[in-house]
Design a protein around this ligand. Structure first.
Ligand code: GRF
Length: 194
């Protein structure tokens, strides 16, 4: 059984897709807890499944390090095998990365290394790209620079805006997240060898 803590910052549609995908007891994955940097709407999905949630808000701490330390300690309390960032929008310091990586993965709405950062979909449209995609990768100390586990391409359609394109990308992200986590659980993916 692979135990996972998921971190989110927003609507949590990737989290919800994962929770639905692992509902069957035949799937060897268990989400122990869902955390956020704010009272994110996506935490309601965890509540629906009776999964503990926690919020560690940066503004309650004097600096990023002390915030990340509390986040780290909270996660450690659940003793997960894997930490999955599913729309977690804060930059984590090297101390946090070193504690969990390579068992620390992130989904990103572009074909990394293209369009890293918090505005990937906006930047993709601004660049006039006709193709983009979704990436799942191991988190390293850079921003969206860690080893790529898997990617799926997504077409940019004429008339796309940020929302229509992002939703099309999210459809692929959700599948990448599910396939990767189940792949790790079934030992078809070894994060130490990506
Ligand atoms: C995803 O596109 C993820 O790649 C990005 O934020 C989005 C989160 O979407 N970092 P949701 O909260 O899972 O709906």
């Amino acid at each position: 059984m692979l135990s996972v803590v998921v971190l989110i910052s927003g609507t949590g549609s990737n989290l919800l897709a994962l929770l639905k995908a692992i509902e069957s007891p035949l799937v060897p994955v268990r989400v122990l807890a869902v955390g956020s940097d704010s009272a994110a709407p996506g935490l309601a999905h965890a509540d629906l499944y009776g999964i503990p949630t926690f919020v560690v808000e940066p503004h309650r701490f004097p600096d990023r390090e002390s915030w990340a330390k509390r986040l780290q300690e909270t996660i450690e309390g659940f003793k997960p095998d894997l930490v999955a960032l599913a729309g977690f929008m804060k930059i984590l310091p090297p101390s946090f990365i070193r504690r969990f990586s390579p068992n620390l993965i992130n989904i990103h709405p572009s074909l990394l290394p293209l369009f890293p950062g918090a505005h990937a979909v906006r930047d993709t449209l601004a660049a006039g790209a006709t193709e983009t995609g979704a990436t799942i990768h191991i988190v390293d100390e850079g921003v969206d620079t860690g080893p790529v586990i898997a990617q799926k391409t997504v077409a940019v359609m004429p008339g796309d805006d940020i929302n229509t394109l992002h939703e099309r990308i999210k459809n692929q992200e959700r599948q990448l997240l599910i396939d990767t986590i189940i792949g790790v659980a079934e030992k078809r993916i070894d994060l130490a060898k990506v």
